[in-house]
Design a protein around this ligand. Structure first.
Ligand code: F0G
Length: 365
């Protein structure tokens, strides 16, 4: 059998029958998706009772985050209807993905970014992909409010997750999990910012369930940063704050849909502190060799929080069956945010350029 040619890869061609495209939709793709689902011996052992924990490493998408899944669909549809430019508000990753896919489609791209709050790698990406970058004296929620007002402009395609095609594309990550595991996991843990991704996964699992691809459905467990936790608090956070800049959001656009997903799946939404996030980010790197940005470490931090003996309040673990399967989505690559606090203690040891000098350093504790 012949291998499929490279232009047949990417999530639209892989999952075409589940997506809102036709044979005439121009496919704008960078071969996104098909990210690794990595078994974690460390976390599996920590959960115990024969549990298997897997990491869905979405940082290995073409622009380094899960946003590429939604962007391939949103930008393809924008091109199909002859939009002239794409626009988004972003904490960084959406803007990187929008800029890349717009470049690929030959469309212009404008991004509105909260001033001073974007990780360096993400800024560099959007800049090099050629986007017009606007630094807003305001936060993400202010930026999204402005972007929403472009909905009347037929030349503009808003590519935030309020664009339904974004959620459609992102649901394919759930398909991939089921395709690899043979069924849905018992729990699916992920970070929550604007709440589009948790909504998308739940939709993906449900659609696969309806079409008989999985027999079960997971409980969806979302984690927000402690200083940016509107869904946990049940109210808008006016001045959200966390070192996990990707999820520094006080009024999630998909709040309602995500609440429904959590409710229908008998899941939960909880908080993790910045300190817990940084510890989880470092541990995931040192124990498993997986480097993620701070926001992406939130579900790992959440899992560790539930396993901690100090934790006395209710959490979903007591109800877990033996040999449970858990999937944690880690949403963005660690290299996007090189100034993260986890890197501040970096210990670089200087050496003369001699074997003796290097040896003596290796022999000291
Ligand atoms: N993780 C990362 C790395 C993100 O960039 C985001 C969102 C999330 C998690 C949360 O996903 O919004 O679907 O709940 N980033 C958006 C952006 C807001 O502009 O890049 P969500």
């Amino acid at each position: 059998m012949k291998n499929s040619p490279p232009h047949d890869r990417g999530i639209i061609n892989r999952y075409r029958q589940y997506l809102p495209v036709t044979d005439t939709t121009p496919v704008v793709s960078l071969n996104e998706g098909s990210t690794p689902l990595i078994y974690s011996p460390w976390l599996s052992k920590a959960v115990g009772r024969g549990a298997q924990v897997y990491i869905k490493y979405e940082g290995l998408n073409p622009t380094g985050s899960f946003k590429d899944r939604g962007m391939t669909v949103a930008v393809s549809k924008a091109l199909e209807r002859h939009a002239r430019f794409v626009i988004c508000a972003s904490t960084g990753n959406t803007s990187a993905a929008a800029a890349a896919y717009a470049a690929r489609a030959g469309l212009s791209c404008a991004v509105l970014l909260p001033h001073g709050k974007i990780a360096t790698g993400k800024l560099l990406q959007a800049f090099l992909y050629g986007a017009k970058m606007i630094s807003l004296r305001g936060n993400f929620d202010n930026a999204l409010d402005i972007v929403r007002q472009f909905s009347e402009n037929p030349e503009a395609e808003i590519v935030n997750s309020i664009n339904p095609f974004r959620i459609e594309g992102q649901k394919t990550a759930a398909f991939e999990v089921v395709d690899e595991l043979g069924d849905a996991p018992d729990l699916h843990l992920l970070p929550v910012g604007n709440a589009g991704n948790i909504t998308a996964y739940w939709r993906g699992y449900r659609e696969y369930h309806t079409s008989g691809k999985c027999a079960t459905l997971p409980r969806m467990i979302g984690f927000q940063a402690f200083g940016s936790a509107p869904m946990v608090l049940g109210r808008i956070v006016e001045e959200p704050d966390t070192i996990a800049s990707a999820i520094r959001i006080g009024n999630p656009a998909s709040w309602k849909a995500a609440t429904l997903a959590i409710h229908q799946s008998h899941g939960a939404v909880d908080t993790v502190t910045d300190a817990e996030i940084i510890t989880a980010q470092v541990q995931l790197a040192t124990k498993e060799g997986i480097f993620v940005e701070p926001a992406s470490a939130a579900p790992i931090a959440g899992l560790l929080k539930y396993l901690s003996p100090q934790r006395s309040d209710n959490h979903p673990f007591p109800q877990l069956p033996d040999e449970a399967r858990l999937v944690c989505t880690v949403t963005g690559h660690g290299l996007k945010d090189p100034n993260t606090p986890a890197g501040t203690g970096m210990n670089l040891i200087e050496s003369d350029a001699t074997l003796d000098s290097v040896r003596s350093i290796l022999e000291t504790d």
